[in-house]
Design a binder for this molecule. Structure first.
Ligand SMILES: Nc1nc2c(ncn2[C@@H]2O[C@H](COP(=O)(O)OP(=O)(O)O)[C@@H](O)[C@H]2O)c(=O)[nH]1
Ligand SMILES: [Mg+2]
Length: 322
């Protein structure tokens, strides 16, 4: 391949990467951005009713009461200090306040152990298995040797679903049959990954089991048996949340935080919902790093989270404004 070709291909993959987040956020964008622009564009001065309506628009876009209160405080103080004297400046300040809210959660996952073990948790249907497939592809592409453990032994077809992802992205899957012990599948997978010197093990788990006590027992058993092979494992517990559930994602998250020490979040299905504003509520109320966002069902539809890129994609007019 010539240098020109390589540069062209890089530009293309960067474009398609941005295109995916831009397209993925379309529904949330039309909810939030268009609502705000209706209030601001064409107006010169800032009025109290404009501020009140911005507040309502943020609330309706699932940004969440606590995050909205923070943002509105910040904006009203800036107006009172005469730092904002026209509607366009107010719009700029709003985007900055939203970015600042997300920034503390922008912390990428770094592998400080080898093998590194990621345990994924989350309710059924949140997108765990799909996220694991996309995540494995992402890291494989970066040159890591990745292995998957089919730890959701609870539901029929869960093992097959992970195996079919493994085939699609050419990554080995360690599995036993449905109904077998999840902790023992994950233990075997870890032993194998350690003995082969592989880089990354990503383990699937069942979502909500019959009740919270079962869930707690299962997750603590997994952690306990992993600890026999590596005291620090799992090195990352990724909570997968479905953006389509809006504010319910927060209460779901809290249930998991009660039973397991979550170290990172993946927010999925941003492409399927107008409720993507929930990411601001997650940042405000959970304060846990958001590692990745899911913007579709394809292998490439998982992106490392960037606060600025997210807000730009949410408020941009066109792809090239990101
Ligand atoms: N549109 C869209 N669908 C997704 C995304 N992530 C997962 N899904 C779909 O959500 C459904 C449930 O996902 P699955 O991975 O089986 O969830 P699990 O029960 O938590 O393992 C599947 O139909 C997935 O294809 C995403 O980012 N966007
Ligand atoms: Mg699953």
């Amino acid at each position: 391949m010539t240098e020109d070709n390589v540069a062209e291909q890089k530009a293309h993959s960067k474009l398609s990467f941005l295109a995916r987040i831009f397209q993925g956020l379309e529904k949330t964008r039309s909810n939030l951005k268009e609502g705000i622009e209706k209030l601001i564009l064409g107006e010169k001065s800032i009025s109290q009713s404009m501020i009140d309506e911005i507040e309502t628009t943020l609330l309706l876009a699932d940004v969440g009461a606590l995050a909205v209160a923070d943002i509105m405080n910040e904006l009203t103080q800036q107006v009172a200090r005469h730092e904002l004297d026209n509607a366009e400046a107010l719009y700029g300040a709003l985007k900055l306040a939203l970015t600042n809210l997300l920034s503390p959660c922008e912390k990428s996952l770094t592998f400080d152990q080898q093998p590194f073990v990621i345990l994924t948790v989350g309710v059924n249907g949140a997108g765990k298995t799909t996220t694991i497939g996309k995540l494995a592809h992402y890291y494989k592409d970066k040159g890591k040797s990745v292995v998957l453990a089919a730890g959701d032994t609870f539901r029929a077809a869960a093992v097959e679903q992970l195996q079919s992802w493994g085939e699609k992205i050419d990554v080995p899957v360690i599995a036993q049959s449905q109904g077998s012990d999840s902790a023992s599948v994950i233990y075997d997978a870890m032993a194998s990954v350690q003995s082969r010197g592989q880089d990354l093990l990503i383990a699937d788990t069942a979502g909500r089991l019959q009740n919270k006590k079962n869930l707690m027992e299962e997750l603590s058993k997994i952690t306990r048996v992993l600890g026999r092979l590596d005291q620090a494992a799992p090195h990352e517990v990724l909570l997968v949340l479905d953006a389509c559930t809006g504010q319910n994602a927060i209460s779901q998250a809290k249930e998991f935080l009660d039973v397991v020490q979550v170290s990172g979040i993946v927010l999925t299905k941003l492409d399927g919902t107008a409720k993507g504003g929930v990411i601001f509520a997650i940042a405000k109320q959970l304060g846990i790093p958001i590692r990745f966002i899911g913007v579709g069902e394809g292998v490439e539809d998982l992106q490392p989270f960037s606060a600025e890129q997210f807000v730009n994609a949410l408020f941009g007019d066109r792809l090239d404004s990101i």
